[in-house]
Ligand binder design. Sequence first.
Ligand SMILES: Cc1cc2nc3c(=O)[nH]c(=O)nc-3n(C[C@H](O)[C@H](O)[C@H](O)COP(=O)(O)OP(=O)(O)OC[C@H]3O[C@@H](n4cnc5c(N)ncnc54)[C@H](O)[C@@H]3O)c2cc1C
Length: 543
Amino acid sequence: MGWNPQGCRRTRIFAIDPRLEVAETDTLVIGGGVAGYSAALAAAAHGRVLVIAKDSMRESNSDYAQGGVAAVLGEEDTHSAHVEDTLTVGSGVCERAAVDIVVSEGPKRVRELISWGGRFDSEAGRLQLALEGGHSQRRVVHAKDETGAEVQRTLVSQIRAHANITVWEFTFAIDLDVDDLGCTGALVLRDRRDVVRVRARSTILCTGGSGRLYRETTNPDIATGDGVAMAFRAGARIRDVEFVQFHPTTLYVAGSARHLITEAVRGEGGHLVDEKGERFTFRYHPAGELAPRDVVSRAIVSHLASTGGSCVYLSLAHLGDRVHKLFPGISRTLTPFRLDLAKDRIPVLPSAHYHVGGVEADLSGRTSIPRLFAAGEVASSGLHGANRLASNSLLEGLVFGRRAGELAGADGGELRESAEGDSSPQRDLPGSVLHVGDMTNSIRSLMWRAVGIMRNQESLEAARSRLASWNDYVSQVDFKDARGFELVNLLTVGLLVTEAAAWRHESRGTHFRTDWPEKDDVHFKAHSVQVIGQEIHAQPITG
Ligand SMILES: Cc1cc2nc3c(=O)[nH]c(=O)nc-3n(C[C@H](O)[C@H](O)[C@H](O)COP(=O)(O)OP(=O)(O)OC[C@H]3O[C@@H](n4cnc5c(N)ncnc54)[C@H](O)[C@@H]3O)c2cc1C
């Protein structure tokens, strides 16, 4: 018997009232990041599009992306080099067709952004391309260290100007509406107040990642895994969620949010040193600070375990004042904490950064539920395999967002009455009995300790039973607001990640098991797949 967490009964976590307000659109896009806006612009060529975002129009992981967008635009660079780099980092479980598509369509998408007014660093009319870890060529298009904000600014200006696109900000998707023929839309909490049923011919999930599942994360508050949880409840196939990328260098200052300090800082020659000022990463990998992210993250954790320190430091003092020009965003972030990037050692620790797995989606973003598409970080397109090559995810959002939007817009179903689905779950406890913030913090601490950078059977089993018992009583609570729905979603995604991490008896990519430290191609060169009510199982790699 597979697991079917209480409260994850098919389709709903919110009681349906037949008198609910109904809204209609051709394509519903859930999420306003690079994937959602790319999808919306493509779908709008075919009809009306409604984009909903649970916060403001810009607030998203996309807006915080620093390093850039990888694309084959340099004279020395080739399609096959970018493909090879992606496959190498993906550690044997990428889908080759997805990699080919993203690499070949990426340059077009970047040029399109430029044609829409996107401004990226260039010299004498030529794009300046940066080199990042894992890339064999300079291919990262960037706008200083604020590339995501520039991409979002450009996309949002197109969205605002488009007559077919409407955006509802501060609108939370609670559940997908699904009947026997597929997805008919979603139930949403509009303006934090009114529950509305949105009927759509097709629906595209672009809800981003789930970094907030972990105590330490680079992700903003919006990243609570809602899309994966909603899709799982609705019966979709969830793939490879054990692969969570931890970024090695996140600012670690009491009172500060966990700001990412981009890899480009190490690419420009920044050193990682310990309390004594020693560069320690070469003891763990010959590439030192420029080893893959998962290797550097584990090196930091192992080094701290053996030396007893609480954090390590980035040191750029040998690079001079030019670092302020190269990394203006990071310099600004440090100023209030009396830290100078060009002089001081900057305290850092690894933290959860990117969810590699997600809702299984094909080359056009189709999920296993008809009329439901997924693109961007919420999706498992097969591009990243077991680990993500730096700067490949904005690219993925641009390419697969666009592909999903094109098909969803052109090939939507009829507008149908939303089915009632399974009867609404019986809830016994009012929302006020539970301190949502405290419960959320407990989940995040547990995931960090037991399902984090290094895992083992004991830690995973302890986490699974703790999460299951919390889920048991949380599922009895009658939540009415976004924070409560997010809590339910975090628990669901936490259970999915833990289950998959316990199933994979090997170490591969971002998934490191201290009790199974080697890669096992004989048994695990495969995707993990979870479907509600079924046992977790393997799915072969198709190419
Ligand atoms: C600090 C940082 C730096 C990064 N740097 C880079 C980089 O340099 N290059 C790179 O390629 N990648 C980078 N990444 C990763 C990259 O930014 C993300 O993977 C990518 O932007 C995800 O885009 P998305 O459109 O899938 O999701 P997001 O941009 O996260 O957008 C998600 C949207 O969904 C909405 N949403 C979520 N849940 C709901 C719900 N229930 N109802 C309604 N709306 C909902 C959110 O409000 C938001 O609008 C970085 C990430 C971070 C956090």
